[in-house]
Design a protein around this ligand. Structure first.
Ligand SMILES: CC(C)(COP(=O)(O)OP(=O)(O)OC[C@H]1O[C@@H](n2cnc3c(N)ncnc32)[C@H](O)[C@@H]1OP(=O)(O)O)[C@@H](O)C(=O)NCCC(=O)NCCS
Length: 162
């Protein structure tokens, strides 16, 4: 595969990331709905603030994946949550790991965060094993928390606590 560049997100990444976001496997394991619009991704990028650390993976000039570290406020200032998706055609090639390692570097070495957390569909075994390999531990299970493809599915809470 071509080289992977990890860099900050730009507003002109919206069209590429929209394409990634509507891929079947991404839709299956994220909050995406069938009528997801490009404008939703544009709004996401426009809404990012100083406590949102969002990186994309660029391959051959195209943004093929994105991951965000959203830092909380007040008594949760030491906490952030993560979101991530990679275009179906670029999964299982090390891009997710590269993006997560870059975010954890920000969390550990620039923000001094203690707790990084995320939610993952309980049947998303690939993502769960990636998170576990980076030190995340399952803390709990929210039963029937989502309705997807005609079925209720559970959500796992995972966190990496230093
Ligand atoms: C989950 C996701 C972010 C992982 O990114 P990726 O680029 O595909 O993963 P990587 O290639 O970096 O894989 C890293 C590790 O995860 C594991 N892994 C990833 N996908 C896997 C799969 N489908 N089955 C089993 N293991 C898998 C591998 O063990 C791999 O380990 P290795 O580095 O020792 O080879 C990506 O597949 C994705 O966007 N999926 C759809 C949306 C999604 O699930 N988002 C997360 C919501 S919580």
């Amino acid at each position: 595969m071509s080289a992977i560049f990890i860099r900050p997100i730009r507003i002109d990444d919206a069209a590429d990331l929209h394409q990634a976001r509507i891929q079947p496997n991404v839709m299956l394991y994220t909050e995406g709905m069938p009528a997801l619009r490009l404008e939703a991704t544009q709004q996401f990028i426009n809404s990012l603030g100083v406590d949102d650390h969002t990186l994309v993976a660029e391959v051959d000039g195209k943004a093929v994946g994105v991951a965000s570290l959203h830092v909380h406020s007040g008594k949760q200032r030491h906490v952030a949550h993560i979101g991530i998706y990679i275009h179906d055609a670029y999964q299982k090639q090390g891009i997710g790991r590269a993006l997560l390692e870059a975010l954890l570097n920000i969390a550990d070495n620039f923000l001094g965060l203690i707790r990084v957390e995320l939610e993952v569909y309980a049947d998303n075994t690939g993502a769960i094993s990636l998170y576990e390999s980076l030190g995340f531990v399952a803390e709990g299970r929210k039963k029937k928390a989502r309705f997807r493809n005609g079925q209720y599915v559970d959500i796992l809470f995972m966190a990496r606590v230093l």
